[in-house]
Design a binder for this molecule. Sequence first.
Ligand code: ADP
Ligand code: MG
Length: 498
Amino acid sequence: MMRVDGTVASDDEGGRNGGGTMDYGSAWARVKRRLRAELGEDVFASWFARLELEAVSGGTARLTVPTRFLKSWIESHYLDRVLNTFKAEVEEIARIEVGVRGSSAPVRTVATGAPKASPASGPLARLHAAGTPAPVAAVAPEPRSATEAGGDLSGTPLDARLTFASFVIGRSNALAHAAAERVAAHQGEGALYNPLYLHAGVGLGKTHLLHGIGHAAREAGRRVIYLTADRFMYGFVNALKTQSALAYKERLRGIDLLILDDVQFIQGKSIQAEFGHTINALIDAGRQVVVASDRPPTELEALDERVRSRLGGGLVVEITALDEALRVSILSARLAAVRASHPGFDVSPQVASYVARAITANGRDLEGAVNRLLAHATLTGTAVTMETAEAAIRDLVKNREPKRIKIEDIQKLVASRYNVSRSDILSERRTAAVVKPRQIAMYLSKVLTLRSLPEIGRRFGGRDHTTVLHAVRKIEKQIGEDSVLGDEVELLKRMLQD
Ligand code: ADP
Ligand code: MG
Protein backbone atom coordinates (compact mmCIF):
# COMPACT_ATOMS: atom_id res chain seq x y z
CA MET A 1 0.00 0.00 0.00
CA MET A 2 1.01 3.50 -0.65
CA ARG A 3 1.52 5.14 2.70
CA VAL A 4 0.38 8.65 3.44
CA ASP A 5 3.96 9.80 3.58
CA GLY A 6 4.45 8.64 0.02
CA THR A 7 6.81 5.77 0.70
CA VAL A 8 5.98 2.37 -0.60
CA ALA A 9 4.84 -0.15 1.93
CA SER A 10 6.59 -3.42 2.42
CA ASP A 11 5.13 -6.53 0.93
CA ASP A 12 3.81 -7.87 4.22
CA GLU A 13 1.72 -4.85 4.87
CA GLY A 14 0.50 -3.92 1.44
CA GLY A 15 1.01 -7.03 -0.53
CA ARG A 16 -1.28 -9.73 -1.49
CA ASN A 17 -4.68 -8.39 -0.54
CA GLY A 18 -5.17 -7.27 -4.11
CA GLY A 19 -6.94 -4.10 -3.10
CA GLY A 20 -4.02 -1.77 -2.54
CA THR A 21 -0.95 -0.90 -4.52
CA MET A 22 1.30 -3.90 -4.59
CA ASP A 23 4.94 -3.30 -3.82
CA TYR A 24 6.22 -4.67 -7.08
CA GLY A 25 9.65 -3.25 -6.51
CA SER A 26 10.54 -5.49 -3.62
CA ALA A 27 8.74 -8.44 -5.20
CA TRP A 28 10.93 -7.92 -8.25
CA ALA A 29 14.02 -7.78 -6.07
CA ARG A 30 13.03 -11.16 -4.66
CA VAL A 31 12.46 -12.52 -8.16
CA LYS A 32 15.96 -11.49 -9.12
CA ARG A 33 17.39 -13.06 -5.98
CA ARG A 34 15.64 -16.28 -6.79
CA LEU A 35 16.82 -16.25 -10.36
CA ARG A 36 20.36 -15.69 -9.17
CA ALA A 37 20.12 -18.53 -6.68
CA GLU A 38 18.58 -20.90 -9.18
CA LEU A 39 20.58 -20.07 -12.25
CA GLY A 40 23.93 -19.48 -10.65
CA GLU A 41 26.12 -16.43 -10.77
CA ASP A 42 27.43 -16.98 -14.32
CA VAL A 43 24.11 -17.22 -16.04
CA PHE A 44 22.54 -14.56 -13.89
CA ALA A 45 25.31 -12.05 -14.53
CA SER A 46 25.21 -12.67 -18.28
CA TRP A 47 21.50 -12.30 -18.81
CA PHE A 48 19.65 -10.92 -15.82
CA ALA A 49 21.86 -8.43 -14.03
CA ARG A 50 20.57 -5.62 -16.23
CA LEU A 51 16.96 -6.75 -16.43
CA GLU A 52 14.75 -4.15 -14.78
CA LEU A 53 11.12 -3.88 -13.93
CA GLU A 54 9.58 -0.85 -15.52
CA ALA A 55 5.89 -1.17 -14.80
CA VAL A 56 3.11 -3.55 -13.92
CA SER A 57 -0.30 -3.07 -15.33
CA GLY A 58 -3.32 -5.26 -15.86
CA GLY A 59 -1.40 -8.43 -15.02
CA THR A 60 1.40 -7.55 -17.42
CA ALA A 61 4.87 -6.92 -16.09
CA ARG A 62 6.95 -4.84 -18.41
CA LEU A 63 10.67 -5.52 -18.08
CA THR A 64 13.46 -3.75 -19.85
CA VAL A 65 17.03 -4.48 -20.85
CA PRO A 66 19.61 -2.17 -22.41
CA THR A 67 20.05 -3.99 -25.70
CA ARG A 68 18.10 -5.81 -28.37
CA PHE A 69 20.48 -8.68 -28.01
CA LEU A 70 19.60 -9.27 -24.39
CA LYS A 71 15.92 -8.91 -25.15
CA SER A 72 16.09 -11.55 -27.82
CA TRP A 73 18.11 -13.94 -25.69
CA ILE A 74 15.85 -13.60 -22.69
CA GLU A 75 12.76 -13.99 -24.83
CA SER A 76 14.00 -17.11 -26.49
CA HIS A 77 15.41 -18.79 -23.41
CA TYR A 78 13.99 -17.51 -20.20
CA LEU A 79 10.58 -15.96 -20.66
CA ASP A 80 8.66 -18.81 -19.04
CA ARG A 81 11.08 -19.01 -16.23
CA VAL A 82 10.93 -15.30 -15.42
CA LEU A 83 7.15 -15.36 -15.66
CA ASN A 84 6.77 -18.33 -13.37
CA THR A 85 9.20 -16.95 -10.84
CA PHE A 86 7.44 -13.60 -10.84
CA LYS A 87 4.06 -15.24 -10.61
CA ALA A 88 5.19 -17.18 -7.59
CA GLU A 89 5.81 -13.84 -5.88
CA VAL A 90 2.87 -11.88 -7.26
CA GLU A 91 -0.03 -14.01 -8.28
CA GLU A 92 -1.64 -11.45 -10.53
CA ILE A 93 1.28 -11.41 -12.98
CA ALA A 94 0.03 -13.23 -16.04
CA ARG A 95 2.26 -11.89 -18.77
CA ILE A 96 5.78 -10.65 -19.25
CA GLU A 97 6.91 -8.17 -21.86
CA VAL A 98 10.50 -7.36 -22.54
CA GLY A 99 11.43 -4.02 -24.06
CA VAL A 100 14.68 -2.30 -24.87
CA ARG A 101 15.37 0.69 -22.66
CA GLY A 102 15.44 3.98 -24.46
CA SER A 103 14.26 2.58 -27.77
CA SER A 104 10.51 2.36 -27.30
CA ALA A 105 7.98 5.01 -26.52
CA PRO A 106 8.20 6.06 -22.89
CA VAL A 107 5.74 4.35 -20.64
CA ARG A 108 2.71 6.52 -20.24
CA THR A 109 1.84 7.55 -16.73
CA VAL A 110 -1.79 7.14 -15.98
CA ALA A 111 -3.21 9.39 -13.33
CA THR A 112 -4.68 7.08 -10.75
CA GLY A 113 -5.21 9.61 -8.03
CA ALA A 114 -2.64 7.81 -5.93
CA PRO A 115 0.19 9.91 -4.60
CA LYS A 116 3.42 9.60 -6.52
CA ALA A 117 6.19 7.60 -4.97
CA SER A 118 8.84 9.89 -3.61
CA PRO A 119 11.97 10.36 -5.71
CA ALA A 120 13.88 8.85 -2.81
CA SER A 121 12.45 5.46 -3.69
CA GLY A 122 14.68 5.45 -6.77
CA PRO A 123 13.67 2.95 -9.41
CA LEU A 124 10.46 2.36 -7.54
CA ALA A 125 9.33 5.79 -8.57
CA ARG A 126 8.85 4.38 -12.01
CA LEU A 127 6.55 1.65 -10.84
CA HIS A 128 3.10 2.84 -11.43
CA ALA A 129 -0.07 1.91 -13.13
CA ALA A 130 0.83 2.37 -16.76
CA GLY A 131 -1.04 2.24 -20.02
CA THR A 132 -0.48 -1.17 -21.46
CA PRO A 133 2.31 -0.81 -23.97
CA ALA A 134 2.14 -2.75 -27.22
CA PRO A 135 3.13 -6.29 -26.38
CA VAL A 136 6.70 -6.98 -27.32
CA ALA A 137 6.52 -10.61 -26.38
CA ALA A 138 4.24 -12.37 -24.03
CA VAL A 139 3.66 -15.86 -22.83
CA ALA A 140 0.81 -17.42 -21.00
CA PRO A 141 1.70 -18.84 -17.62
CA GLU A 142 2.68 -22.46 -17.49
CA PRO A 143 1.03 -24.56 -14.87
CA ARG A 144 3.35 -24.62 -11.95
CA SER A 145 5.00 -27.88 -11.18
CA ALA A 146 6.98 -29.29 -8.36
CA THR A 147 10.14 -29.14 -10.42
CA GLU A 148 10.06 -25.39 -10.41
CA ALA A 149 10.87 -25.21 -6.78
CA GLY A 150 13.92 -27.31 -7.52
CA GLY A 151 12.27 -30.22 -5.83
CA ASP A 152 11.95 -33.34 -7.91
CA LEU A 153 13.35 -35.25 -10.81
CA SER A 154 10.17 -35.73 -12.76
CA GLY A 155 11.28 -33.90 -15.87
CA THR A 156 9.32 -32.19 -18.62
CA PRO A 157 5.98 -33.75 -19.61
CA LEU A 158 5.77 -35.54 -22.95
CA ASP A 159 3.54 -34.19 -25.69
CA ALA A 160 0.90 -36.79 -26.46
CA ARG A 161 0.91 -35.92 -30.16
CA LEU A 162 4.59 -36.59 -30.67
CA THR A 163 4.68 -40.36 -30.99
CA PHE A 164 6.37 -42.85 -33.30
CA ALA A 165 2.96 -43.41 -34.85
CA SER A 166 2.69 -39.79 -35.97
CA PHE A 167 6.29 -39.62 -37.14
CA VAL A 168 6.63 -39.88 -40.91
CA ILE A 169 9.68 -41.78 -42.08
CA GLY A 170 11.71 -40.74 -45.09
CA ARG A 171 15.23 -40.96 -46.40
CA SER A 172 16.58 -38.15 -44.27
CA ASN A 173 15.37 -39.50 -40.94
CA ALA A 174 15.12 -43.26 -41.45
CA LEU A 175 18.32 -44.04 -39.60
CA ALA A 176 17.50 -41.74 -36.70
CA HIS A 177 14.04 -43.22 -36.48
CA ALA A 178 15.32 -46.81 -36.55
CA ALA A 179 17.86 -46.09 -33.84
CA ALA A 180 15.19 -44.35 -31.76
CA GLU A 181 12.82 -47.29 -32.03
CA ARG A 182 15.47 -49.79 -31.11
CA VAL A 183 16.56 -47.82 -28.10
CA ALA A 184 12.95 -47.44 -26.96
CA ALA A 185 12.19 -51.14 -27.41
CA HIS A 186 15.37 -52.41 -25.85
CA GLN A 187 14.85 -54.64 -22.86
CA GLY A 188 17.31 -56.36 -20.61
CA GLU A 189 20.78 -55.67 -19.42
CA GLY A 190 22.90 -52.76 -20.54
CA ALA A 191 22.14 -50.21 -23.16
CA LEU A 192 22.37 -50.38 -26.91
CA TYR A 193 24.06 -47.31 -28.26
CA ASN A 194 24.99 -45.18 -25.38
CA PRO A 195 24.39 -42.39 -25.68
CA LEU A 196 22.21 -42.14 -28.75
CA TYR A 197 22.97 -38.68 -30.07
CA LEU A 198 20.61 -37.14 -32.65
CA HIS A 199 21.44 -33.89 -34.34
CA ALA A 200 19.75 -31.76 -36.98
CA GLY A 201 18.76 -28.23 -37.84
CA VAL A 202 15.64 -26.70 -36.40
CA GLY A 203 12.27 -28.27 -37.15
CA LEU A 204 13.57 -31.54 -38.56
CA GLY A 205 11.93 -33.77 -35.97
CA LYS A 206 14.44 -34.21 -33.14
CA THR A 207 12.03 -33.34 -30.37
CA HIS A 208 9.33 -35.42 -32.02
CA LEU A 209 11.58 -38.48 -32.03
CA LEU A 210 12.70 -37.94 -28.45
CA HIS A 211 9.10 -37.78 -27.27
CA GLY A 212 8.39 -40.87 -29.34
CA ILE A 213 11.16 -42.72 -27.53
CA GLY A 214 9.80 -41.50 -24.20
CA HIS A 215 6.25 -42.69 -24.89
CA ALA A 216 7.30 -46.07 -26.21
CA ALA A 217 9.75 -46.77 -23.41
CA ARG A 218 7.19 -45.77 -20.77
CA GLU A 219 4.62 -48.04 -22.31
CA ALA A 220 7.17 -50.82 -22.02
CA GLY A 221 7.34 -50.10 -18.32
CA ARG A 222 10.65 -48.32 -18.22
CA ARG A 223 11.32 -45.35 -16.02
CA VAL A 224 11.91 -42.42 -18.35
CA ILE A 225 12.93 -38.85 -17.71
CA TYR A 226 12.71 -36.34 -20.53
CA LEU A 227 14.31 -32.98 -19.94
CA THR A 228 14.89 -29.88 -21.98
CA ALA A 229 18.28 -28.27 -21.47
CA ASP A 230 16.62 -25.59 -19.38
CA ARG A 231 14.95 -28.04 -17.12
CA PHE A 232 18.14 -29.97 -16.82
CA MET A 233 20.09 -26.89 -15.84
CA TYR A 234 17.65 -25.41 -13.38
CA GLY A 235 15.45 -28.13 -12.02
CA PHE A 236 17.34 -31.32 -12.21
CA VAL A 237 20.73 -30.05 -11.19
CA ASN A 238 19.24 -28.20 -8.26
CA ALA A 239 17.37 -31.25 -7.17
CA LEU A 240 20.52 -33.29 -7.37
CA LYS A 241 22.54 -30.72 -5.50
CA THR A 242 20.25 -30.77 -2.54
CA GLN A 243 20.68 -34.51 -2.13
CA SER A 244 23.54 -36.23 -0.43
CA ALA A 245 25.90 -38.06 -2.73
CA LEU A 246 24.31 -41.31 -1.70
CA ALA A 247 20.74 -40.17 -2.24
CA TYR A 248 21.85 -38.77 -5.56
CA LYS A 249 23.15 -42.12 -6.72
CA GLU A 250 20.01 -43.73 -5.45
CA ARG A 251 17.89 -41.36 -7.50
CA LEU A 252 19.93 -42.03 -10.60
CA ARG A 253 19.46 -45.74 -10.16
CA GLY A 254 15.75 -45.09 -10.44
CA ILE A 255 16.12 -43.94 -14.04
CA ASP A 256 16.21 -46.40 -16.93
CA LEU A 257 16.29 -43.85 -19.70
CA LEU A 258 17.33 -40.22 -19.58
CA ILE A 259 16.39 -38.08 -22.57
CA LEU A 260 17.90 -34.63 -22.94
CA ASP A 261 16.76 -32.19 -25.60
CA ASP A 262 18.72 -29.26 -27.05
CA VAL A 263 21.95 -29.93 -25.19
CA GLN A 264 23.61 -27.13 -27.15
CA PHE A 265 22.08 -24.77 -24.59
CA ILE A 266 23.86 -26.34 -21.66
CA GLN A 267 26.37 -23.82 -20.43
CA GLY A 268 28.19 -22.63 -17.36
CA LYS A 269 31.08 -24.32 -15.62
CA SER A 270 29.34 -25.95 -12.70
CA ILE A 271 26.31 -27.04 -14.70
CA GLN A 272 28.58 -28.52 -17.29
CA ALA A 273 30.43 -30.46 -14.66
CA GLU A 274 27.13 -31.69 -13.24
CA PHE A 275 26.03 -32.64 -16.73
CA GLY A 276 29.18 -34.62 -17.47
CA HIS A 277 28.95 -36.30 -14.10
CA THR A 278 25.32 -37.33 -14.59
CA ILE A 279 25.87 -38.68 -18.08
CA ASN A 280 28.91 -40.65 -16.98
CA ALA A 281 27.18 -42.07 -13.95
CA LEU A 282 24.20 -43.20 -16.00
CA ILE A 283 26.19 -44.68 -18.83
CA ASP A 284 28.53 -46.45 -16.45
CA ALA A 285 25.52 -47.91 -14.67
CA GLY A 286 24.21 -49.24 -17.99
CA ARG A 287 21.33 -46.77 -18.20
CA GLN A 288 20.31 -45.51 -21.61
CA VAL A 289 20.99 -41.85 -22.40
CA VAL A 290 19.51 -40.14 -25.46
CA VAL A 291 20.35 -36.58 -26.41
CA ALA A 292 19.47 -34.19 -29.23
CA SER A 293 21.25 -31.11 -30.38
CA ASP A 294 21.39 -28.74 -33.32
CA ARG A 295 24.99 -29.72 -34.02
CA PRO A 296 27.32 -32.71 -33.81
CA PRO A 297 29.06 -33.37 -30.48
CA THR A 298 32.39 -32.13 -31.78
CA GLU A 299 30.85 -28.70 -32.28
CA LEU A 300 29.45 -28.26 -28.79
CA GLU A 301 31.97 -25.55 -28.06
CA ALA A 302 30.49 -24.72 -24.67
CA LEU A 303 31.28 -28.16 -23.33
CA ASP A 304 34.70 -29.43 -22.48
CA GLU A 305 36.50 -32.03 -24.49
CA ARG A 306 35.80 -34.98 -22.20
CA VAL A 307 32.07 -34.37 -22.13
CA ARG A 308 32.01 -33.91 -25.89
CA SER A 309 33.81 -37.15 -26.50
CA ARG A 310 31.56 -39.02 -24.11
CA LEU A 311 28.53 -37.67 -25.97
CA GLY A 312 30.05 -38.72 -29.27
CA GLY A 313 31.06 -42.13 -27.95
CA GLY A 314 27.79 -43.95 -28.66
CA LEU A 315 25.83 -43.65 -31.86
CA VAL A 316 25.68 -40.24 -33.53
CA VAL A 317 22.97 -39.82 -36.16
CA GLU A 318 22.14 -36.78 -38.20
CA ILE A 319 18.69 -36.00 -39.56
CA THR A 320 19.22 -34.15 -42.80
CA ALA A 321 16.88 -31.74 -44.61
CA LEU A 322 13.45 -33.13 -45.44
CA ASP A 323 13.26 -34.21 -49.07
CA GLU A 324 10.20 -33.42 -51.13
CA ALA A 325 8.58 -36.85 -50.79
CA LEU A 326 8.89 -36.63 -47.02
CA ARG A 327 7.50 -33.11 -46.97
CA VAL A 328 4.49 -34.27 -48.99
CA SER A 329 3.90 -37.13 -46.54
CA ILE A 330 4.23 -34.95 -43.45
CA LEU A 331 1.92 -32.38 -44.98
CA SER A 332 -0.72 -34.94 -45.96
CA ALA A 333 -0.62 -36.41 -42.47
CA ARG A 334 -1.07 -32.97 -40.96
CA LEU A 335 -3.90 -32.06 -43.29
CA ALA A 336 -5.65 -35.30 -42.50
CA ALA A 337 -5.27 -34.68 -38.78
CA VAL A 338 -6.73 -31.18 -39.09
CA ARG A 339 -9.57 -32.41 -41.25
CA ALA A 340 -10.60 -34.79 -38.51
CA SER A 341 -11.62 -31.81 -36.40
CA HIS A 342 -12.56 -29.43 -39.26
CA PRO A 343 -14.55 -31.53 -41.71
CA GLY A 344 -15.12 -28.61 -44.10
CA PHE A 345 -11.42 -27.98 -44.52
CA ASP A 346 -10.49 -29.20 -47.93
CA VAL A 347 -7.15 -28.76 -49.61
CA SER A 348 -6.71 -30.06 -53.12
CA PRO A 349 -3.75 -32.31 -53.94
CA GLN A 350 -2.43 -29.58 -56.23
CA VAL A 351 -2.34 -27.06 -53.41
CA ALA A 352 -0.78 -29.60 -51.05
CA SER A 353 1.89 -30.42 -53.54
CA TYR A 354 2.56 -26.73 -54.17
CA VAL A 355 2.99 -26.13 -50.42
CA ALA A 356 5.29 -29.12 -50.01
CA ARG A 357 7.45 -27.91 -52.89
CA ALA A 358 7.50 -24.31 -51.75
CA ILE A 359 8.32 -24.89 -48.10
CA THR A 360 11.63 -26.66 -47.96
CA ALA A 361 12.96 -25.50 -44.65
CA ASN A 362 11.44 -27.71 -41.97
CA GLY A 363 8.54 -29.47 -40.33
CA ARG A 364 7.67 -26.49 -38.22
CA ASP A 365 7.05 -24.33 -41.27
CA LEU A 366 4.92 -27.06 -42.80
CA GLU A 367 2.84 -27.02 -39.68
CA GLY A 368 2.68 -23.22 -39.84
CA ALA A 369 1.49 -23.45 -43.43
CA VAL A 370 -1.32 -25.82 -42.52
CA ASN A 371 -2.43 -23.48 -39.75
CA ARG A 372 -2.51 -20.55 -42.13
CA LEU A 373 -4.48 -22.41 -44.76
CA LEU A 374 -6.92 -23.43 -42.06
CA ALA A 375 -7.20 -19.88 -40.74
CA HIS A 376 -7.84 -18.64 -44.23
CA ALA A 377 -10.48 -21.24 -44.97
CA THR A 378 -12.20 -20.66 -41.64
CA LEU A 379 -12.18 -16.88 -41.88
CA THR A 380 -13.33 -16.56 -45.46
CA GLY A 381 -15.48 -19.68 -45.52
CA THR A 382 -14.11 -20.46 -48.98
CA ALA A 383 -12.08 -23.35 -50.31
CA VAL A 384 -8.35 -22.89 -50.51
CA THR A 385 -7.27 -22.06 -54.05
CA MET A 386 -3.78 -21.91 -55.47
CA GLU A 387 -3.81 -18.10 -55.22
CA THR A 388 -4.96 -17.95 -51.63
CA ALA A 389 -2.47 -20.65 -50.65
CA GLU A 390 0.30 -18.70 -52.29
CA ALA A 391 -0.65 -15.54 -50.42
CA ALA A 392 -1.07 -17.35 -47.12
CA ILE A 393 2.37 -18.91 -47.09
CA ARG A 394 4.31 -16.21 -48.94
CA ASP A 395 6.47 -15.17 -46.02
CA LEU A 396 7.27 -18.77 -45.08
CA VAL A 397 8.50 -19.30 -48.61
CA LYS A 398 10.64 -16.21 -48.56
CA ASN A 399 12.26 -17.33 -45.35
CA ARG A 400 13.62 -20.46 -46.85
CA GLU A 401 15.99 -18.68 -49.21
CA PRO A 402 19.30 -18.26 -47.45
CA LYS A 403 19.48 -14.59 -46.72
CA ARG A 404 22.26 -12.53 -48.18
CA ILE A 405 23.72 -10.79 -45.21
CA LYS A 406 24.97 -7.24 -45.66
CA ILE A 407 28.07 -5.95 -43.92
CA GLU A 408 26.10 -2.86 -42.99
CA ASP A 409 23.54 -4.99 -41.14
CA ILE A 410 26.31 -6.78 -39.30
CA GLN A 411 27.78 -3.46 -38.21
CA LYS A 412 24.40 -2.16 -37.07
CA LEU A 413 23.52 -5.24 -35.07
CA VAL A 414 26.91 -5.56 -33.42
CA ALA A 415 26.89 -1.85 -32.61
CA SER A 416 23.49 -2.14 -30.96
CA ARG A 417 24.61 -5.18 -28.99
CA TYR A 418 27.59 -3.32 -27.56
CA ASN A 419 25.89 0.02 -27.19
CA VAL A 420 28.17 1.88 -29.57
CA SER A 421 27.21 3.53 -32.84
CA ARG A 422 27.93 2.23 -36.27
CA SER A 423 30.12 5.25 -36.92
CA ASP A 424 32.18 4.36 -33.84
CA ILE A 425 32.84 1.02 -35.47
CA LEU A 426 33.94 2.69 -38.70
CA SER A 427 35.97 5.35 -36.90
CA GLU A 428 39.64 5.45 -35.98
CA ARG A 429 38.88 5.20 -32.27
CA ARG A 430 40.89 2.56 -30.51
CA THR A 431 39.30 2.33 -27.07
CA ALA A 432 38.48 -1.17 -25.91
CA ALA A 433 34.76 -0.38 -25.93
CA VAL A 434 34.95 0.14 -29.68
CA VAL A 435 37.75 -2.22 -30.69
CA LYS A 436 36.01 -5.37 -29.50
CA PRO A 437 32.71 -4.83 -31.33
CA ARG A 438 34.66 -3.72 -34.40
CA GLN A 439 36.64 -6.96 -34.41
CA ILE A 440 33.53 -9.06 -33.85
CA ALA A 441 31.81 -7.29 -36.72
CA MET A 442 34.82 -7.94 -38.97
CA TYR A 443 34.84 -11.57 -37.95
CA LEU A 444 31.13 -11.95 -38.68
CA SER A 445 31.59 -10.20 -42.03
CA LYS A 446 34.20 -12.75 -42.94
CA VAL A 447 32.21 -15.80 -41.91
CA LEU A 448 28.75 -14.68 -43.02
CA THR A 449 29.47 -12.98 -46.34
CA LEU A 450 31.51 -13.86 -49.38
CA ARG A 451 33.43 -10.58 -49.25
CA SER A 452 37.20 -10.68 -49.46
CA LEU A 453 39.39 -9.37 -46.66
CA PRO A 454 40.38 -6.21 -48.60
CA GLU A 455 36.72 -5.54 -49.39
CA ILE A 456 35.78 -5.95 -45.73
CA GLY A 457 38.62 -3.61 -44.77
CA ARG A 458 37.26 -0.97 -47.14
CA ARG A 459 33.80 -1.26 -45.63
CA PHE A 460 35.22 -0.77 -42.17
CA GLY A 461 36.40 2.78 -42.71
CA GLY A 462 39.12 1.93 -45.23
CA ARG A 463 41.24 -0.42 -43.15
CA ASP A 464 43.94 -2.68 -44.44
CA HIS A 465 43.20 -6.35 -45.09
CA THR A 466 45.82 -7.39 -42.54
CA THR A 467 43.81 -5.56 -39.87
CA VAL A 468 40.77 -7.59 -40.83
CA LEU A 469 42.75 -10.81 -40.80
CA HIS A 470 44.13 -9.98 -37.38
CA ALA A 471 40.59 -9.34 -36.07
CA VAL A 472 39.24 -12.57 -37.56
CA ARG A 473 42.03 -14.65 -36.01
CA LYS A 474 41.76 -12.93 -32.69
CA ILE A 475 38.00 -13.47 -32.38
CA GLU A 476 38.32 -17.06 -33.55
CA LYS A 477 40.80 -17.67 -30.80
CA GLN A 478 38.76 -15.91 -28.13
CA ILE A 479 35.62 -17.81 -29.06
CA GLY A 480 37.53 -21.01 -28.47
CA GLU A 481 38.62 -19.89 -25.04
CA ASP A 482 35.63 -17.99 -23.76
CA SER A 483 32.30 -19.75 -24.00
CA VAL A 484 30.29 -16.67 -23.04
CA LEU A 485 31.75 -14.80 -25.98
CA GLY A 486 31.24 -17.91 -28.10
CA ASP A 487 27.55 -17.95 -27.26
CA GLU A 488 27.22 -14.27 -27.94
CA VAL A 489 28.79 -14.50 -31.34
CA GLU A 490 26.70 -17.56 -32.11
CA LEU A 491 23.53 -15.71 -31.21
CA LEU A 492 24.55 -12.68 -33.28
CA LYS A 493 25.04 -15.05 -36.20
CA ARG A 494 21.61 -16.54 -35.75
CA MET A 495 19.98 -13.15 -35.47
CA LEU A 496 21.64 -12.08 -38.72
CA GLN A 497 20.61 -15.28 -40.45
CA ASP A 498 16.98 -15.14 -39.34
P1 ADP B 1 13.26 -30.09 -33.84
O1 ADP B 1 13.17 -30.55 -32.43
O2 ADP B 1 14.25 -30.86 -34.66
O3 ADP B 1 13.50 -28.60 -33.98
P2 ADP B 1 10.50 -30.87 -33.96
O4 ADP B 1 10.60 -32.28 -33.54
O5 ADP B 1 10.00 -29.88 -32.97
O6 ADP B 1 11.87 -30.35 -34.55
O7 ADP B 1 9.62 -30.80 -35.29
C1 ADP B 1 8.96 -29.62 -35.73
C2 ADP B 1 7.57 -29.96 -36.22
O8 ADP B 1 7.64 -30.74 -37.40
C3 ADP B 1 6.80 -30.75 -35.21
O9 ADP B 1 5.46 -30.36 -35.26
C4 ADP B 1 6.96 -32.17 -35.69
O10 ADP B 1 5.87 -32.96 -35.28
C5 ADP B 1 7.03 -31.99 -37.19
N1 ADP B 1 7.84 -33.02 -37.83
C6 ADP B 1 9.17 -32.97 -38.09
N2 ADP B 1 9.57 -34.10 -38.67
C7 ADP B 1 8.48 -34.88 -38.77
C8 ADP B 1 8.24 -36.19 -39.29
N3 ADP B 1 9.22 -36.91 -39.83
N4 ADP B 1 6.98 -36.66 -39.22
C9 ADP B 1 5.98 -35.94 -38.69
N5 ADP B 1 6.13 -34.70 -38.19
C10 ADP B 1 7.37 -34.19 -38.23
MG1 MG C 1 13.40 -29.46 -30.68
